[in-house]
Ligand binder design. Structure first.
Ligand code: FES
Length: 72
């Protein structure tokens, strides 16, 4: 059961959050764990939000991950 959960979590981490820059969920979560507190800090650290759409497609998802991680 735990193995299934871990596998699902690993697969989930490969989801692309920032399509323009091909930045995956696990990269965003790692930035949050390393201390990024705002979407701007995450963008600086990972490069998300700096693609062609300038964040219009990814910043809501980045903020959602930030909110989710801060609830733990
Ligand atoms: S999807 Fe992130 S900058 Fe476009």
């Amino acid at each position: 059961m735990n193995d299934d959960k871990n596998s699902q979590s690993i697969i989930d981490g490969f989801k692309v959050i920032c399509i323009c820059r091909s930045i995956r969920k696990r990269t965003i979560l790692k930035a949050i764990k390393k201390g990024c507190k705002t979407a701007g800090e995450i963008n600086e650290k990972t490069g998300s939000g700096k693609g062609d759409c300038q964040g219009s497609r990814c910043q809501d998802k980045v903020r959602g991950l930030l909110d989710g991680e801060n609830k733990h």
